[in-house]
Structure formats: structure tokens, C-alpha cells
Design a protein around this ligand. Structure first.
Ligand code: ZN
Ligand code: ZN
Length: 237
């Protein structure tokens, strides 16, 4: 297989957690827009936050330990279909979501459930143990965010700088200059929850279209470029 520039998005939610769109429609949308690589990353939410949601009779919007293998099996099945239909690679993942301590971590290509109550360091270790890639999510202020910015990762960035394989330098419409200034390994994702989020910051990776090559490119920050994907872009590579 030849090395080419691949259109990628590694941060996508479906209605399995808090996304608005069922997985089949998400895949169709990305496939029909000629994406090469996507990662489905539904939330695994920390226990204190889940308790609060339960108490308030709110939807949990979280994968559970008990259904996590079913979720992965579904993603693997969908990845076979997407490869055949669109030549699009789907890498299963999850967003380890600790709202109580204010950190969200993308776990790309994991094989088992990861406990969101663990510390950042332990979560990253667990992701790596499973052969996955750990990405720091939306690590700075989002100008359109609600009252709760997730600043733990940024506030401790010296400690975590090299533990993550990459940091989101852009998330949906936001660009985090501070991540660029730190010269951290970077990536840009949509944090997709609904169709309009397709048009947002994305990543190009220059690699062969397979999981290991893509993970290596992210980890080494080798041939990674970000671009803002807008409705009128006609990208054909
Ligand atoms: Zn998040
Ligand atoms: Zn997210």
C-alpha cells in the first residue's frame, strides 16, 4: 500500500453516548464525504458524575463496563462494512471522560474498558498497555463553552507533556494557540455530536492507510497537518 495524505477525524460521538446521530448514519456521512480514517469515541463517564446524573434523572450518556465489549464488537463489525463500502478505516476508541476532575482523554484503538476514575497518568498507562494512543482533548478554554472548562490537563501540562501521544491543538471550531506554542505533538478533531460538526478542524496524516501506520504517525508527529474543513471544500487527494 502506498503512503498518501489521509483525511482523518479521531473524535466522534454517536447516539450510543451523547451524540445525536446513530452510528450507521455517522459512518454514511463520513464515508460519503470521502474521509479516509475515523475513530468512534463514545464517552465513558466517571462514577461521581454518573451518580449526579442519575440523581437528577438525566440520561447517563456513558458506556458501561458491562457493555463495553459489545460496543467494541459493533465497531469492528461496522469497520468491515465501512472498508468495503467506502474504503474508510474505522479505528474503535472511547473518550475517557472525567467531569469531576476535569479531564477528557481520547483512547484510540483500545481493546478493553478503561476506568475513568483513574488518574490521568494511570489512564494513559492503561491505554498504552492495550496498544492504544492517548490524546489530550480540548485542553484549553473554548470560547463557546459553558461554565465548566476542562483545564486540568492544561494546568498540569508540564507533568503530562510527553505522556500523551498528541494534544488537540484544535477541537471543532476552536484553535488552541497555547498547544502550538508548547510545540506538543498535535492533532485536530471535530468532537462530532451532530451533522453540522462535520465542518470543523480536521487532521491530514501522510501514511499508509492502516491502523499501525496511523498510530505511529500520531505518536511521532510525523507527516501530520491540520486543516479547517468547510462546506465548500472539495477535497480530493
Ligand atoms: Zn470531551
Ligand atoms: Zn468529545
Amino acid at each position: 500500500m502506498k503512503k498518501t495524505w489521509l483525511i482523518c477525524d479521531f473524535h466522534i460521538h454517536t447516539d450510543i453516548s451523547d451524540g445525536k446521530i446513530p452510528i450507521n448514519e455517522v459512518i454514511k456521512l463520513y464515508g460519503e464525504h470521502h474521509f479516509d480514517v475515523i475513530s468512534i469515541t463514545d464517552h465513558i463517564v466517571d462514577s461521581k458524575c454518573l451518580e449526579k446524573r442519575e440523581k437528577n434523572n438525566e440520561p447517563l450518556y456513558s458506556l458501561q463496563k458491562e457493555n463495553f465489549q459489545d460496543y467494541l464488537r459493533l465497531l469492528w463489525k461496522k469497520s468491515v462494512e465501512a472498508w468495503e463500502k467506502y474504503n474508510m478505516l474505522i479505528i474503535p476508541g472511547a473518550e475517557i471522560t472525567n467531569n469531576t476532575n476535569e479531564y477528557h482523554i481520547l483512547a484510540i484503538d483500545i481493546k478493553e474498558y478503561i476506568e475513568p476514575d483513574l488518574s490521568v497518568k494511570e489512564i494513559i498507562q492503561e491505554i498504552h498497555k492495550q496498544g492504544g494512543i492517548a490524546i489530550a482533548c480540548h485542553p484549553h478554554y473554548k470560547s463557546n463553552d459553558g461554565p465548566q472548562p476542562f483545564l486540568h490537563l492544561w494546568n498540569n501540562h508540564d507533568k503530562y507533556a510527553n505522556l500523551f501521544d498528541a494534544w488537540e491543538v484544535a477541537n471543532r471550531n476552536e484553535l488552541f494557540n497555547v498547544i502550538g506554542l508548547q510545540k506538543f505533538n498535535y492533532i485536530a478533531n471535530s468532537d462530532f455530536h451532530e451533522a453540522k460538526h462535520l465542518y470543523s478542524w480536521k487532521t491530514f496524516i501522510g501514511a499508509v492507510k492502516n491502523r499501525e501506520a496511523i498510530k505511529t504517525a500520531i505518536h511521532k508527529n510525523d507527516s501530520v497537518a491540520i486543516f479547517l474543513y468547510r462546506k465548500n471544500n472539495k477535497i480530493k487527494i
